[in-house]
Design a binder for this molecule. Sequence first.
Ligand SMILES: [Zn+2]
Length: 203
Amino acid sequence: MNKLPASLQKAIDFFDKLPSIGGKTARRLGFYLLRIPQSDLEEFAAILLELKKKSHYCKICMNLTEEEICAICTDSSRDSTMITVVEDVIDLLSMDAGNQYNGVYHVLHGRIDPLNYIGPEEIYIQQLLTRIKEDKNTIKEVILATNPNTEGEATALYIKKLILEVAPELRISRLAYGLPIGADLEYADYLTLQRAMEGRRDL
Ligand SMILES: [Zn+2]
């Protein structure tokens, strides 16, 4: 028999499904929400309801935005001749945290991972190729910053091959020094990422 009120148990079960949250933390969060004022809870609920409705992908780079074009793509002080390709938005945020890189991005929203049934069509490679084709004269370099693990490397090589078909002259590089093999960009500090960017090599 359930010892807790069903509504509280449902909230706890939901928290338990979130990444990095174990059963104990889920319970703590559930009880915490029960203690805060009703108005705060309603505000939180409203934020959650808006979250997915308002966020969508930038038409140019697939970053998340509430507008048609994201803040990075609309920023005219950024160097649009350089595109860094990342697996997801969290990687974009890590890359951008140091304010050293001033180019633009392309977010794949995943990586090629045959074991988990994620093929090239499941991620946003085609949009990158279209962008390169359309802006062939402006874009000077594409930096493939997929994660330095098996799937990330395979994704980078696959994308490189496709880019060369549409823009054979384009410089394509890959992040290098400082990033341990198997690491996740999300957890790298910005100094490490900055060094990886500086030490990037042609692919
Ligand atoms: Zn954008």
